[in-house]
Ligand binder design. Structure first.
Ligand SMILES: [Zn+2]
Length: 326
């Protein structure tokens, strides 16, 4: 399955590069029509470049001197070209390729031959069916977060009002994003009733980190365990997809407790959480379960990791799903 994703992604890259090339051709043509002198310079540049290559291959009497002369000529031409562009109000970058990823120029690979982050993120997006995530993240992000929908009245005997509580949570989440690159061993556990903003906050964090070109996997526990089962029992060919769970910069497991719980899920879950802790990779888990329910439902080893290595944030307040704002 991963194999076909890879093919699909590589094909997308090729299309992107072709598009970037065509668009640059169009812009170049436009510039040539406007300032014909630039075409002449480009032709001279090309010829001079060719002469240098030919000299390097065929050899001349004093190659260093000859090449130095030609390089000076190249510099003069480039300068002349830059001046012409400026005089005609054409920004220098207008004639550059407009690749969507500046790290790999839409090839998917870095100069050292490793997969670019954008490649990994696409494998994740396809492999973990996250393709609708970007639509959600357009709406659910720190910019669209509205504290005012949380009540400032006491709630259910809690020492803070839902609004005060949410202000604290928001601070922790923004700090999490801000310090993401530091080896701070930050992990977050969101717990509390449905409709109190847990998924929204997780989305805010995902969006900020994706914007910073971090690699993020976002999946519900239910779906995640389904995928793990599939990898384990049906398809041995999915190593890469499996490994991404350990390698991704951030793993968000939403709705812990909605998955089937058995020995297999318990040990897989522990393995993922614990391996990520050991390698200093960050994880966010959200759940409707109370700490007591988590304790009843999962191994001691999972419970103890969650409550010693994660910052537990309690979400409470009225169910806001019905307000259609969150
Ligand atoms: Zn890239």
């Amino acid at each position: 399955m991963m194999q076909s994703f890879t093919h699909e992604i590589l094909r997308d890259y090729e299309e992107k590069r072709n598009r970037a090339r065509r668009q640059r051709e169009d812009r170049l043509q436009e510039v040539y029509d406007k300032v014909p002198k630039i075409r002449e310079i480009d032709e001279k540049l090309q010829k001079t470049g060719l002469t240098i290559s030919r000299m390097l291959i065929q050899g001349v009497d004093d190659p260093e001197k000859a090449i130095e002369n030609l390089e000076q000529k190249l510099d003069r031409l480039k300068q002349e070209r830059a001046i012409l562009l400026t005089e005609n109000n054409i920004p220098l970058q207008y004639l550059e390729y407009d690749f969507s990823c500046v790290n790999c120029n839409d090839t998917g690979f870095l100069p050292n031959g490793q997969k670019c982050g954008c490649f990994k993120q696409q494998l994740i997006t396809k492999g973990y069916s996250m393709s609708n995530l970007s639509n959600i993240l357009e709406k659910e992000n720190f910019q669209s977060f509205n504290l005012d929908i949380f009540s400032d009245e006491p709630f259910d005997g809690q020492p803070l009002t839902p609004k005060q509580n949410m202000m604290n949570i928001l601070n922790v989440c923004e700090g999490f994003v801000f310090n993401f690159d530091e080896n701070s061993k930050d992990n977050l556990l969101f717990y509390g009733e449905t409709g109190t903003g847990k998924t929204f906050l997780a989305n805010c964090i995902a969006k900020s980190l994706l914007d910073r070109e971090k690699i993020v996997i976002y999946q519900t526990a239910f779906k995640l365990l389904e995928i793990l089962e599939e990898i384990r029992f049906k398809n041995s060919d999915n190593r890469e997809k499996y490994n991404l769970l350990f390698e991704t910069d951030l793993l968000i497991i939403d709705d812990l407790g909605t998955e089937m719980t058995n020995t297999f899920t318990n040990s897989e879950l522990f393995n993922i959480i614990n391996s990520r802790l050991l390698s200093g990779k960050k994880t966010i888990i959200s759940t409707n379960l109370s700490p007591k329910e988590i304790m009843d439902r999962y191994d001691d080893r999972i419970f103890s990791r969650l409550f010693s290595k994660f910052t537990a944030l309690h979400f409470f307040g009225r169910d806001l799903r019905w307000e259609r704002i969150i």
